[in-house]
Design a protein around this ligand. Structure first.
Ligand SMILES: [Zn+2]
Length: 161
């Protein structure tokens, strides 16, 4: 296991304040606690919901995080999220894989998070519910709630569905 400070330290080599754009401490996949917290990208997201960040002639905050932590990956490989949270840039949640393997794995997984409510995740540290969703390429923070039902209702209200 890596110390999170150590992971962030490795990411701090990335230019243009990469690490200042992260929020640490929220898990997306609560049934995989061994993954530890996601590092959510708080700046703009692209159409594909990956964080916008240019590095080494490629756009993708997760790709930059992967390279800063593990080094360059082979051409033709894609960076896969073990946590299924595309806006996550925690290198411990990333791996380089082939596109076909990535798709095969993705089909097996449900897109519904374990909170049962899309956009609501449990903050393992405080035990509260963290409501945030992506809309038009932007990350919208709704709030923190003690009550899951309240968090779900609020996120639906703000998002409009
Ligand atoms: Zn993650």
């Amino acid at each position: 296991m890596f110390d999170l400070e150590e992971v962030i330290d490795k990411l701090s080599v990335l230019p243009r304040g990469f690490v200042t754009n992260l929020v640490v401490g929220f898990t997306w996949v609560t049934d995989k606690p061994e993954l530890g917290p996601c590092f959510l990208w708080t700046r703009s997201l692209g159409n594909t919901k990956y964080g916008n960040y240019w590095y080494n002639d490629k756009n993708g905050a997760h790709k930059a995080a992967y390279i800063a932590f593990y080094g360059p990956y082979e051409t033709g490989l894609v960076i896969d999220h073990l946590c299924n949270n595309r806006s996550c840039v925690n290198p411990l949640h990333l791996r380089a894989t082939t596109q076909s393997e990535n798709l095969r794995r993705r089909r097996k997984l449900s897109s519904i998070p374990s909170s049962g409510c899309i956009g609501v995740t449990r903050d393992r540290i405080t035990g509260t519910w963290f409501a945030q969703f992506n809309q038009n390429g932007r990350s919208v923070f709704v709030g923190r709630f003690d009550d899951l039902e309240e968090a779900c209702a609020k996120v639906k209200e703000v998002r409009g569905y």
